[in-house]
Write a protein that binds this ligand. Structure first.
Ligand code: HAM
Length: 417
């Protein structure tokens, strides 16, 4: 029987993987400029970390985790998101002891048992950032602007940010009561999930895709914010204006994870179908404490890289430019063949890229190969040229051919680079 990849996973083949490399290079360059440093945490963690960190009433923990017992009978889970693991590492490695704000980023696979569709996978990839140790609204605005700038620099069009404030614990408790007052009379008309969720987590009910229309007159959380949260949210917004971030306030934005406090936001791209959220994030001022660390605030986002790829494709943004090969070598004869191997190795050592034929093909087939690799030059060596210490160099764009000394081959190519 032939094997197939697991449902909801992808093979990223040459031709496509260059697009991923392009996006990953952008991430590293951007994070360097914003002074975020990379962190790599395990792909699996103790199940309780996610139960406690992400929240027991979330879809992720209730239905979507890849959980297994290891051979020591411990319950482990493939990470469904990046924040919980980074917070665990922040606490375990006592990064909170550093004098500056800790600004981290990560890129890697996450796992959720979801029904696969365009932009929704069971193994997907996130670019995420997390900043710990500051309550200053400037860090909220920086994190949001970083996610937005990432999309802008990739050339994505029509990306907008929706922001909201879900307040601190006190204002959320006040809002909870208000909202329950609004929801209880309509309980019987709501979907099963919402009915179950209502008393435990009424804010999440507003997030329901099925019942959206019924919540038009719902009270706004912004009216329940205390002075501190109101002030914080106003400052975040004025900074976003300074940074020219295209944002709107969406008072019903609550996000699907339980750890958020104060600022919550999502990056949206219109026109890519039902799933239009590219990324999301927010503040989590209680999470570090919840998982056993000191009382330290945090804020971050996660951006789905499959969705980024989808938009790049949908908007016809070509980042695929397969880096052209500098030189394709063609050897005619046995002695020439050996010399080509030496020249190719020297070329690669010098920083240029090169390739040769390994299949004993005729010259014509080798020239076709050079075309497929988009080689800038073909270097053709026969036994006669070899005796003279020369090689024929053909520029593939103009078809022009010249003879150069073997020892000058690399400098000649470097000279016209
Ligand atoms: P999240 O909203 O669950 O947040 O996920 C962030 C992004 O990951 C989504 O907007 C989406 O682009 C992508 N994503 C999620 N699930 C899938 C899936 N099954 N297939 C493809 N892409 C997916 C978080 O994960 C938080 N940890 C973000 C955060 C960081 N908040 C604070 N810090």
């Amino acid at each position: 029987m032939a094997f197939q990849k697991p449902t909801g996973t992808q093979d990223l083949l040459p031709g496509v993987v260059e697009k991923w490399q392009f996006v990953e290079e952008k991430i590293r360059d951007l994070c360097r400029r914003f002074n975020y440093r990379e962190i790599r945490t395990p792909i699996f963690e103790q199940t309780t970390l996610f139960e406690r960190g992400v929240g027991e009433t979330t879809d992720i923990v209730e239905k979507e985790m890849y959980t297994f017992k290891d051979k020591g009978d411990r319950s482990m889970t493939l990470r469904p998101e990046g924040t919980a693991g980074v917070v665990r590492a922040f606490v375990e490695n006592k990064l909170y002891g550093e004098p500056d704000v800790t600004k981290l980023y990560y890129v890697g696979p996450m796992f959720r048992y979801e029904r696969p569709q365009a932009g929704r996978q069971r193994q997907f990839h996130q670019f995420g950032v997390e900043a710990f140790g500051a309550v200053d609204p400037a860090i909220d605005a920086e994190v949001i602007a970083l996610g937005y700038q990432f999309c802008v620099e990739l050339g994505l069009k029509d990306v907008t940010v929706e922001v909201n404030s879900v307040g601190n614990a006190a204002s959320r408790a006040a809002y909870r009561e208000e909202l329950l007052g609004f929801l209880r009379p309509m309980k019987d008309t709501l979907c099963k999930d919402c009915q179950n969720r209502m008393e435990r987590n009424p804010l999440r009910v507003l997030d329901c895709k099925v019942d959206q229309d019924k919540f038009v007159g719902a009270p706004s959380i912004l009216d329940s914010l205390d002075e501190e949260a109101t002030d914080h949210f106003a400052k975040v917004q004025s900074l976003l204006k300074d940074f020219d971030v295209d944002y709107t306030v969406n008072t019903r934005l609550v996000r699907g994870l339980d750890y958020y406090t104060m600022t919550a936001f999502e990056l949206k791209a219109q026109g890519i179908g039902a799933i239009d959220t590219v990324g999301g994030g927010g503040r989590y001022n209680g999470l570090v404490g919840d998982i056993g660390g000191p009382d330290q605030p945090g804020i971050g986002f996660g951006i789905g890289l499959e969705r980024i790829q989808l938009i790049l494709e949908h908007q016809n943004i070509d980042v695929s430019a397969l880096a052209p090969l500098d030189v394709y070598f063609v050897a005619l004869g046995e002695a020439a063949d050996r010399e080509v191997n030496r020249q190719l190795f020297k070329l690669r050592q010098s920083g240029l890229s090169g390739e040769r034929d390994y299949l004993g093909r005729k010259m014509k087939a080798q020239m076709k190969s050079a075309d497929r690799y988009k080689a800038r030059y073909t270097a053709i060596l026969g036994d006669d040229e070899l005796e003279r210490g020369e090689i024929a160099l053909k520029a593939m764009d103009t078809g022009e051919q010249q003879t150069v000394k073997l020892e000058e081959l690399i400098t000649t190519i470097q000279g016209v680079k």
